[in-house]
Ligand binder design. Sequence first.
Ligand code: SF4
Ligand SMILES: [Zn+2]
Length: 240
Amino acid sequence: MVPSAGARRALPVAVAAVTTTMLVAAPSESWQAGAACQGRGRLFDREDAAGMAAAQAVCGWCPVRTECLASALTEEGDAAEAERAGVRGGLTPAERAAPARVAAAGRGLDPAVVTRAEQLLREGASVRAVAAACQVTLERARELRGAFGVPPLAPVYPPGPVYPTVAAAFTANVRAVGGGHVVWTGGGHVRVAGARYRRNRAAFEAQHGRPADGRVLTTCAYPGCVAHLSDNQTRGARRA
Ligand code: SF4
Ligand SMILES: [Zn+2]
């Protein structure tokens, strides 16, 4: 995305000038005369991942990178990522906004707690474990995870077979008990083609040929029966 006019104004003179197609303004600070991005305005205008990576490569050999980054961080202050434009000093807007995000997420906490949370999160701890170890709320632990740019953990599925379809999962996990009732003999969840289903949802979908809409409830008196189930749609149809 091309930076807005406001965002362009936030760029250092050496960069702002070249991002408007060519260097038209004299550098206002001495370090800017050595900027490696001079004449590379189109590249530094890009905000896609590949474009920013290429711009960062230029910054990698820029002789004034330290000065450029210091200038950018001073100028941008605690602005949000969206208010920062382009690669500056070798960092993307997200990377430059990270310290401000961490400061916001760690507000009121002892810095040692924030450091501990970062360490645990980077080691792969869950937000629940971080919340317990650092004595913060789950919400705060999630906020810290986002601020440190640590992705959520992939869901951990219980061991067991992976069925190709919900119908196959249903057939393999039920037993008829008479009177038209059927009980589930497997665990609380089943894995179907990599997704995890609660047993009632799998049973409903297998019998109705569509995913359940909303809560799935048993409609008969037989304990644990998964042959007689309702969802929002079937309950609505019954009421109509
Ligand atoms: S560090 Fe990057 S953005 Fe800053 S002056 Fe050098 S090349 Fe340009
Ligand atoms: Zn039943």
